[in-house]
Design a protein around this ligand. Structure first.
Ligand code: 5GP
Ligand code: MG
Length: 180
């Protein structure tokens, strides 16, 4: 089992790259089933920075015309949520009247999703759905449905495949879990 050291913490492999790819194949197939043949151009909303890798892998697999828009939100410091969601960069394009697929790296407490839904509603999106690579069901406290979940995980802190520990570790190709 491979271990990596990031600042003061050690992490071990949790979800290998191949398994991540298979999970993305499955979720992309579901989205294609729902959107293929659509006459509008749905927006893929990449929630920076965590969703960079997932957005890239997901969009390669989508078989309908879509536009990528980004937004940057932050809520984590170290290995836990601050409970406050800050908008570090607003929507990079006008999404008025558009269907939006929110592409998230991970849904934990759900605070970020609630904030995003509000931002999209205020910006005039016609509808928004959520597609997340990872979901922590034991931590989620909101009522919004999560339409597309690629993988469910327990309530542990993970890094890699876009996810960071104080901004490092995003480049790791597998997903790692805190080793203690
Ligand atoms: P929420 O608002 O749902 O509590 O948290 C969402 C955001 O917190 C995610 O988009 C992600 O940026 C960050 N986050 C939540 N859990 C983890 C985790 O286990 N590892 C890392 N690196 N970030 C996480
Ligand atoms: Mg995120």
């Amino acid at each position: 089992m491979e271990k990596v050291r990031l600042f003061d913490k050690t992490f071990r492999t949790f979800i290998p790259y191949e398994k991540i790819m298979n999970a993305i194949d499955d979720v992309a197939e579901r989205i294609n089933g729902d959107f293929k043949g659509c006459t509008d151009i749905p927006v893929l909303l990449c929630v920076l920075n965590g969703s960079i890798m997932f957005t890239a892998e997901l969009m390669k697999r989508l078989e309908f015309n879509c536009e990528v828009v980004s937004i940057k939100l932050t809520s984590y410091e170290g290995t836990s949520s601050t409970g406050r969601v800050r908008q570090a960069m607003g929507l990079t394009s006008d999404i008025k009247g558009r269907r939006v697929i929110i592409v998230e790296d991970i849904v934990d407490t759900g605070n970020t999703i609630v904030e995003l839904k509000q931002i999209l509603q205020d910006a005039g999106a016609s509808v928004s759905v959520v597609c997340t690579l990872l979901f922590k069901p034991d931590s989620y406290r909101k009522d919004f449905p999560l339409e597309y979940v690629a993988m469910q995980i327990p309530n542990d802190f993970i890094v890699g495949f876009g996810l960071d520990y104080n901004e490092i570790g995003r480049n790791l190709k597998d997903i790692y879990i805190l080793d203690e």
